[in-house]
Design a binder for this molecule. Structure first.
Ligand SMILES: *Cc1c(COP(=O)(O)O)cnc(C)c1O
Length: 399
């Protein structure tokens, strides 16, 4: 593919899709792939969901953009609905996950600045974290491979191992503004953070006057069978970044906050040209219409359990390929024994799309609308993939 006019920063497959229907993606020559990645946990309601298509088409015929110089009735409505369903009292709309985290980081720093403590600008984050690809969020994520060659690491980010409360205490000082954490690390390899650890983090925040920031960009909007993953634990943050699922495939993100925290971003302190534009607000409201409808999240929980049980049996019968199942709801991971890239490729050859993550884990994050029948098809295709790898292993050993 040397003829591409696109930057070479992505390792793309050879597949090009023409259209999508529910959990299925279809190539121009009619090959059908079961999408168990939802992009990367983005298409929460699958492809071409009629309610989302209608909302976007109706809005497209009315109004695309008016800037943030004027009122936003649909933004007001979406914000109110997010607040009613969460800890939050205020919402700022942005265009991506990284921007949502940037807003949370700026809000936390400015909060302490306004309280007469400008020296409090450090954010404590966790090893294995992923918070985005901007200059600040690569520093927050702390992974050397994402920072290499991009100049000095942005100051004010301190990283500690997940679950190590003593290291966390040691990292907190008069410079600390906030602690930021994903309730389940997504890119890190579907690593669930125990509820007791989140409780301990909240307590440390309260004792030290720090803000707690959740990154629910991947875990949010029903992915784990609750609207937000932290709602399994009852431990609430002061700030929360969301994106991915809230747009169902339309690019958008948001920073949610308590009123006291949000007050730090007074007029003129922060902004975005496109954030909260009418197209995004129409789609966001349409996503919530479905995700908050009666029984929807309960259904995600039921299907998530069913899928996880089937995957556990699958892993047991393919010990040379796979090690364990992780995750909650429809945010599942399989730790691979073989290189994860081999498993992703074998699954793709079998007509199933997955997403690799850290710790040699393959992510299974299908649209939340996936049916039990489609879960059964996914299991058949995963079986084909595992058998293909096992055959190769045997032939490799023999040859
Ligand atoms: C995807 C992701 C981001 C970054 O979102 P972008 O929209 O790619 O900027 C940040 N944090 C987490 C947990 C994510 O999964």
């Amino acid at each position: 593919m040397s003829a591409t006019a696109l930057f070479g920063n992505y390792a793309r497959s050879e597949l090009a899709f023409d259209h999508g229907e529910g959990v299925w993606l279809v190539t121009a020559d009619g090959r059908r792939f079961l999408d168990c990645g939802s992009g990367v946990a983005v298409n929460a309601l699958g492809h071409s969901h009629p309610h989302l298509v209608k909302a976007l088409q109706e809005q497209a015929g009315k109004l695309w953009h008016v800037s943030n110089l004027h009122q936003s009735p649909n933004g007001e409505r979406l914000a109110r609905r997010l607040c009613e369903a969460t800890f939050a009292e205020k919402v700022l709309f942005v265009n991506s996950g990284a921007e949502a985290m940037e807003a949370a980081i700026k809000c936390a720093r400015r909060y302490h600045y306004d309280n007469g403590q400008p020296e409090r600008f450090h954010i404590v984050t966790f090893e294995g974290a992923f918070h985005g690809r901007t200059i600040a969020t690569i520093a927050a994520g702390g992974q050397a491979k994402y920072m290499e060659g991009f100049g000095p690491k942005a100051p004010g980010f301190d990283q500690v191992p997940v679950g190590d409360i003593d290291a966390l205490k040691a990292a907190i000082g008069p410079q600390t503004a906030a602690i930021a954490i994903e309730p389940i690390q997504g890119e890190g390899g579907i690593r669930e953070i125990p509820a007791e650890f989140l409780r301990a983090v909240r307590k440390l925040c309260d004792e030290n006057g720090l803000l707690l920031i959740y990154d629910e960009i991947q875990t949010g909007v029903g992915r784990t069978g609750r609207l937000f993953a932290h709602q399994w634990t009852g431990v609430e943050p002061d700030l929360m970044a969301i994106a991915k699922g809230i747009g169902g495939g339309f690019p958008m993100g948001a920073c949610l906050a308590t009123a006291e925290t949000a007050a730090a971003l007074a007029p003129g302190t922060h902004g975005t040209t496109f954030g909260g534009n009418p197209l995004a607000m129409a789609v966001g409201n349409a996503v919530l219409d479905v995700v908050l409808s009666d029984g929807f999240l309960e259904d995600v929980r039921r299907k998530g359990l069913s899928f996880k049980q089937k995957l556990a049996g699958f892993v047991d019968s393919h010990a040379a390929v796979l090690g364990e199942v992780r995750g909650n709801g429809l945010m599942l991971g399989l730790k691979c024994v073989v290189p994860v890239g081999d498993f992703v490729a074998a699954a793709r050859d079998a007509g199933l799309l997955t997403v690799p993550a850290g710790e040699n884990v393959v992510r299974i994050m299908p649209p939340l609308t996936m049916s039990e029948d489609e879960i059964a098809i996914a299991m058949e295709r995963l079986e084909v993939a595992a058998l293909a790898i096992e055959t190769n292993l045997v032939e490799g050993a023999a040859g």
